[in-house]
Design a protein around this ligand. Sequence first.
Ligand SMILES: Cc1cc2nc3c(=O)[nH]c(=O)nc-3n(C[C@H](O)[C@H](O)[C@H](O)COP(=O)(O)OP(=O)(O)OC[C@H]3O[C@@H](n4cnc5c(N)ncnc54)[C@H](O)[C@@H]3O)c2cc1C
Length: 410
Amino acid sequence: MPDIVIVGAGAAGLAVARRLQSLGVSFVVLEARSRIGGRAFTDTRTLGAPVDLGGHWLHSPALNPLTPLAERYGIRVDRSPGPTRLAIDGRLLSGAELEVADAGIADGFARIAAARDDGAVSELVREGGLFEAAFLAKQGVPPAGCSSIDFARYVWEGDDWPVLDGLGALVARHARSVLVELDTPVTRIAWHSRERVAVETPRGTVEARAVIVTVPTGVLAGDDLRFDPPLPGWKRQAVADLPMGSCNKLSLGLAGNPFGDIAGPVLMADSGRSVEFLLREDGRDVVTMMVNGPFAKDLAAAGAPAMIDYAVGRLSALFGSGIRSALTGRHVLADWDHDPWAVGCYAVARPGAAAARGALARPVEERLFFAGEAVHDRYMGDVHGAYLSGEAAADDAARAIFGRNAAHRS
Ligand SMILES: Cc1cc2nc3c(=O)[nH]c(=O)nc-3n(C[C@H](O)[C@H](O)[C@H](O)COP(=O)(O)OP(=O)(O)OC[C@H]3O[C@@H](n4cnc5c(N)ncnc54)[C@H](O)[C@@H]3O)c2cc1C
């Protein structure tokens, strides 16, 4: 019997595994998908260049524990990315307009940082326009759906560095030594016994002394993974208070360069919607679109042709119709909303629910431990938040099983 079962092999679950390896604690990792990485995954095949389906940027790089790992593994990071261009309704801003828009966005985020009451972010900022587009790009929900205090706690310092070889590739590289049982969705976690938990999958049941659950709150809120007995009310409330936002991605292959000398990120407020483009990063023949918020969910539900149509229409408005003849017809699409193992992009605290992440992080009876981006109280929503939460949960679980000396087992 292993000491610990880890449910999920995303950034958090893999960090748990690495930490338990270093502590000498035995474990089994059960992953529903046919691959590791979860929301941090790099497709290197479809477009002949690395394309991140989920996370791509190292946020707060000076504080980010993945920054030195990229260096260690020789994974390329752009350490001096250019500024994000801004656009409104198909028109790039320039000069004084750009300055006003930049100042408006900075002012909105500064107001949230100064929040004292845990109301909705919409009570502090003017909704609409480029601020809302930027907020949707960060959170995946409109300001009315987000706790001010929770967002104010988020630490976002310095820059955002794109991982040119793929943030998913970095997460996978760091986990090379970890053995994962793929195609093994956990359907039930029975924790009646004080001595052991039984983790059920269609491929059999694994018993252990504790389980560390790293699945997104979208999965915890659904019916595919059940707890027996059910989780206590305070834990279920925490899950309900941390619903998933929406951010879906589409990368299109290009034959040539329809953007002239413009490259890098563009954020656009498009009739109240939030859309970002990443143009020919690293000189590659690829353009990526990210759509954010409720519109992203609706657009992805309409299917790949609708998503491609929207992307091409918006790019044509910005850069002319040359984009149409530059398309190779190849694409990579990531619809996280309708992905049963994610059910959205990242967890956002509802207004008034700033305490939810702390409750989600708290173990249940020293047998059920929780990790993942939703659990971290400063780097929530990010790969490094997931990673750090995994290390912390591993330490907590090892301590619960082996006492204070867990860190010295070998
Ligand atoms: C479009 C998008 C863009 C993003 N951009 C960035 C960015 O630029 N920078 C950044 O830092 N972060 C970004 N993020 C967020 C980041 O990707 C996530 O916060 C992070 O990867 C979450 O890691 P995790 O381990 O908590 O969860 P996950 O990666 O979701 O891992 C959970 C794992 O559990 C598995 N699982 C689910 N249910 C079960 C089950 N029943 N049984 C077994 N396994 C199960 C899943 O398949 C998954 O592998 C982005 C996310 C998205 C979607």
